[in-house]
Ligand binder design. Sequence first.
Ligand code: TA6
Length: 294
Amino acid sequence: MNLNGLPIISVLSDCVTIVQKDGIKIVRVKHDKAEAGISLFGGHVVSFKPIDQQDVIWMSERAIFDGNTALRGGIPVCWPWFGRIAAPAHGFARSSEWQLIEHRENEQGVIVSLGLRPNDTTLDIWPHQFDAVLNMEVSECLKVSLTVTNTDSNAWTFSGALHSYFNIADINDTAITGMGDNYLDNLQSGKACLGGNALNFKAGVDRVYTQPQECIDITDPKHQRTITVKNQGDNAAVIWNPWELAINMGDMDDDGYQTMVCVESTLHAPSLEQGKTLQPGESHTLSTEIGIKA
Ligand code: TA6
């Protein structure tokens, strides 16, 4: 997504500017190593582009920047749950307003930190006290870390994901490796399946890979590159492409599925009760590190 030309709200440093896209404020990062955009709505990365590369992150041409609707594309922050095990789907973090806590820069890159605390809306949906911090390290690689802390006097249980959408030239030529053999197939009601440790696409895919390797590769021959994805604090890698179901999505072109694939750093749980439990004062970090292999 090209953030150049958007109205500037404030200049925070040589590398960091706040720009406005419709109803949303975006932290725009411009550094010698890379450029990026991080929406305060959702704490959502909307672009990442190392210098001399194509966009690494895919944003829908029809994403809605009204400040209410979760953004289609980028890196949605799904928390305090993943999927449709409660409403709203994928939790409230992706449709909440995050605060800019800090930005720092040096010759290696730029770090931007955002925070989210409970408010009336979050407490109505999920009655727990928490502190959530998103750290984005923009350099030749992009590292996104979500650290959640239980600030309540009782334990609570959560799941979640960093639901990254990647920009690829053509889904028909794209291969993914490193996600492991075992998966739960959401297109077959979560059936446990065994596949090869290499995935090519000929139809829609919605799978929860339960034994991913340390590094997942997305090979994109037409862009002459491999995107590498290293996840930590996860228990699964979700891979998703909607294929023809894109027709039913109001915020995605019918053929939008051809140039995107999601590889998600996921803490998967089949229900709200079966996620990861944090006692008062405990924290957990879920992260994804995205790079390019030529
Ligand atoms: O991560 C895959 C998935 O859970 C799919 O089942 C699909 O529905 C997708 O996320 C997008 O969800 P959304 O709520 O953003 O439409």
